[in-house]
Design a protein around this ligand. Sequence first.
Ligand code: AHG
Ligand code: MN
Ligand code: MN
Length: 346
Amino acid sequence: MKELITLGEFVIQQQHKHSDATGDLSQIFGAIRLASKLVHREINKAGIADITGAIGQENIQGEQQQKLDVYANEKFKAALAARGLVCGIASEEEESYVSFDQDINHGSKYVVLIDPIDGSSNIDVNVAVGTIFSIYRRKSPHDGPVQLEDFLQPGTAQVAAGYVIFGTSTMLVYTTGEGVNGFTFDPSIGVFYLSHANMQIPKTGRIYSVNEGNYVHFHDGVKRYIKHCQEFDPATNRPYTSRYIGSLVADFHRNLLKGGIYFYPSYANHPMGKLRLLYECNPMAWLAEQAGGRASDGSGTRILDIKPMELHQRTPFYVGSSSMMDDVEGFIAKEKARLQQMAELV
Ligand code: AHG
Ligand code: MN
Ligand code: MN
């Protein structure tokens, strides 16, 4: 018989494995779970309620904010502030970090970083979107207000990270550094159940996910890798399969289950790529590693080792099955070496 375990119970079971655990993380997950349910409800009435469309205002990244971006941001903030365990959050939708200064938050040990709605341009067309979160221990003294340095920590310092995918079903997938587990939401009773225990990304895969509309602008190494995918899959003697949803969460989730690679390279219009190190890349990179995959900037730097300099910092991002990561990095390194050789000859 399949065991029935809820997300709440699972988090507490995990906590009991650590004698020094205080239960704080379990309560933070309670907040994330609650806000996720609210967002699930809103998304599922998107067609009939006044929740689709832009609000006519840009966020700090210069992107049009959608009504759901704002809704989700407010709900996650409110749920996290009310628990008294988090002293502040940084969000893709806020210019600066938000300090929680109520009495209840004094002495809180954690900060949360969040992309409240990832893939928000997909909301109006009924395509999967997500929420990405990561949790860090604060570094500044616990008796004062939260500081910028609390948010500018490398991904290796994450205490927990995960995402919620609002797809054909809603799922929450997370890690605390002991593997990756996935929970599917049953909306009829409002509960997340453990449905995908100890998720492992296949070592290799057949799917590559990249916005190929930008192909002509990519560096030659990236172009050569894409050509390689189009021409030949040694395992099947067929081309690889191209799948690009335009919601990192959804593209990542599919690749995690089936094997594949997602990348958003740097190119002229986006010299540092498009994706944000703190809100998108670090949590996904840690999940990938915990599931047996890898994540890098494509040029040999592990995403989790990057020391962030600012909140909304971007990075080129490559994530997925380890053998596909080896391949793409190989193509990029080879092209770099070729260019270097040519430069030396001049
Ligand atoms: P967000 O909606 O949080 O701004 O993120 C969108 C991101 C990511 O989810 C997606 O993979 C990528 O941007 C799509 O960008 P392009 O449309 O440039 O391909
Ligand atoms: Mn995003
Ligand atoms: Mn977003």
